[in-house]
Write a protein that binds this ligand. Structure first.
Ligand code: PDD
Length: 287
């Protein structure tokens, strides 16, 4: 098997050779941000949007962007070219760099810039066909969930609770309202209307969320972006999760109870098909 090639602070190298000093603030404090970009047929999907969100995350932690958008774009294409597989998942991480351990920001320290590629694992057809089961939990994370921070302990604990319960994801509520899932956004269908929580500090502004809402709106699906109560989620005919790696999936069981009739709904099937077509069209245009 070909060796994975990563990018670290200006150099490409095999993954096994990459080293980070233990005083890196990413390691010590989780002081950094990240992005995950799906690549189809060697074309990064929605890269400008991911770079825009990266800038939003960097602004959110007051860290200057170490690279320009053209530099990020060139590096993304480089890392894709150096790694095997047409469909990849590209991971970027920027931390505040290496400094003596002290909570306040260090002065004149270069950020650590890391990029890697993994094979893109999209949902198995069985999950698209039958949907997935989820549990619910109280969203106990911090109040800057719009920042794609590498401090993911809350998300990891929540995801593990789902795994322990034998399900795929955890749908979260804060103060009685839907936020998101541990690594995906959530929207629901009630009485023929697609309801999506607003993009604010309580959720990650998902790139896939945007794609799904754009497709729904072009398809004239009634859409409301507003706070969605826990009651509305529990009474929903359909629940979907969206993310760059899961695309769009139907949740067909929530806390052991069937959602709707327990099968992926008609609106999900429509939007899932539109999503697949859209991906193909975008990639054909990029080729
Ligand atoms: N996670 N919400 C959270 C908390 C997420 O971690 C993610 C993505 C999303 C969906 O965002 P997008 O559609 O832009 O992928 C929502 C990535 C895939 C991850 O951490 O691996």
């Amino acid at each position: 098997m070909a060796t994975d090639i990563i990018y670290l602070n200006g150099e490409f190298m095999p993954l096994e050779e990459a080293r980070i000093p233990v005083l890196d603030r990413g390691f010590i404090f989780g002081d950094g941000v990240y992005e995950v970009i799906p690549v189809y047929s060697r074309h990064p999907f929605r890269l400008p949007e991911h770079l825009q969100r990266l800038q939003h995350s960097l602004d959110g932690i007051r860290l200057a962007n170490p690279l320009s958008d053209p530099e990020w774009t060139r590096l993304t294409h480089d890392i894709v070219a150096r790694n095997p597989g047409d469909d990849q998942s590209i991971y970027f991480q920027i931390t505040r760099g290496v400094a003596k351990r002290a909570h306040e920001f260090p002065q004149n320290v270069k950020p650590t810039v890391f990029m890697m590629s993994s094979p893109l694992v999209t949902p198995p057809p069985e999950q698209v066909e039958n949907g997935i089961a989820c549990i619910t939990a109280t969203d106990f994370r911090w109040l800057k969930c719009d920042v794609k921070s590498v401090s993911l302990l809350g998300n990891c604990l929540l995801k593990q609770a789902a795994v322990d319960a034998g399900v795929i994801e955890v749908v979260m509520f804060r103060d009685g309202y839907l936020t998101e899932a541990s690594a995906s956004n959530v929207c629901v269908v009630r009485n023929g209307v697609l309801l999506a929580p607003p993009k604010n500090h309580l959720i990650l502004p998902g790139i896939t969320y945007d794609v799904v809402l754009e497709l729904a709106s072009v398809d004239k699906i009634p859409l409301e972006v507003r706070e969605v109560s826990e009651q509305e989620v529990r009474a929903a005919q359909e629940i979907w999760i969206t993310s760059s790696t899961r695309e769009v999936l139907a949740v067909t069981a929530l806390d052991g109870r069937a959602v709707g009739d327990g099968r992926p709904g008609a609106m999900f099937r429509r939007v899932h098909a539109l999503y697949q077509d859209f991906k193909q069209t975008v990639m054909r245009r990029a080729a």
